[in-house]
Design a protein around this ligand. Sequence first.
Ligand code: ADP
Ligand code: MG
Length: 440
Amino acid sequence: MTDNELKQIKLFALEELEKLYSSATVSLWFKPMRVVAVDVSCITVSLPENRKAFVESSYYNVLQEVYSRVIGCDIELRLITDEEEAEMSREFTEVVDSAYKMRFNPEYTFENFVVGKSNQLAQSASLAVANHPAELNNPLFLYGPSGLGKTHLLFSIVNEIRKNHPNFNILYVTGEEFTNELIESLSLKKPMAFREKYRNVDVLLVDDIQFIAGKMSVQEEFFHTFDTLFKMNKQIILASDCAPKDINNLEDRLKSRFVMGLVADIQPPDLELRVAIFKRKAIDFNYDMDLDVLYYLAKNITTNIRQIEGALKKLKAHTLITGENCDVYVAKKVLNEFFANENSKESVIERVFSFAEKRYGVKREEIVGHRRSSDIISARHYAIYLIRHTTNLSQTSIAKLFNKKDHTTVINSISFIEKKMDNEPAFAREIESAIAELRS
Ligand code: ADP
Ligand code: MG
């Protein structure tokens, strides 16, 4: 219920009370009361502490009757003091605030986003949108592989707009959350509440939008959400792991809307940018590091910036525990295991892709891409099967490696290869020897 509606209830109640009591009584006891909340069964009213005991003992029944009449059904009356009310709303703001902080990580800002050639367009477009929401670049569409800063930029936009427009209604969700909420609202038969939530925002950010692809009713709903907001001149910002045209099973009308504003990609960072980002991370982490250690890290962590956080934590813990000064030698020693783990997986995976390329003549980019010609599909099944049998990666991680939304692709590939092995002994022998070679 809005503040105005609560005030209205108070005014109607006062009118009723004025019919029953003298104006002196009404101003002394009833005027200071405030309606603070109404739900299906209970109305909560606050009043000054020094009035509460008397009102409760003398007027409780009358008040309950009056409020029930105003609201139109029997309702329980709860009287609290103004102090209790203040306490309650403070707690409520804290809850909202901490939920907000978890959601909109305040540590992700433009200030600590390091810019280089590979992410410059995405960063400047995001900054422009943050400074001029719905004036330029609507929608803004960011895309690029995992771990290169898309979510960081979305949160930076949120934090910046929130600073300049504290009254803006900003909504950040992932494609997966949008999907789950929609399904839930349909099963509870509350599609209106869902629409009200999504169509009354000033800024809508949907992270990992590729998730809605292939799901008809979700795409349909998102299409209408998009159109409604767009027509009302509200800012829409989307992020995805690939360009709109490459999102498999995404409706054409969505693809064409996603490219109406500005599409900006993020490419893997070069060595120089990685050094700069890691330097920044080390500062944020309160960890002082020599330049040659930074270079060592930047040479070894190349594809996913997220890995730097794990590496830094490990290094910092080591220096704290042993008191050893961290030079390249120590860094190598400590990170050996970290990288061995990552790299051995990496090198098996590299080899699988080169096996697949030799056998099917299809390059890794194609295999993990979204095209579906028959040789690409065969190479994809083959590579997925081999990786599943030579690494300890989960089906979900393998799906990610192949830029697939969920592990059904992995399951399909495995059963496809198993069937083929059953029917073609030569193929089975070939697969078995490939696995043996990869494991050696
Ligand atoms: P994505 O959403 O693209 O998968 P994230 O935004 O989650 O990637 O980024 C992964 C990690 O890398 C985050 O900790 C983020 O702060 C960091 N990161 C990525 N790019 C940069 C950058 N240019 N400057 C600073 N940190 C970055
Ligand atoms: Mg992300």
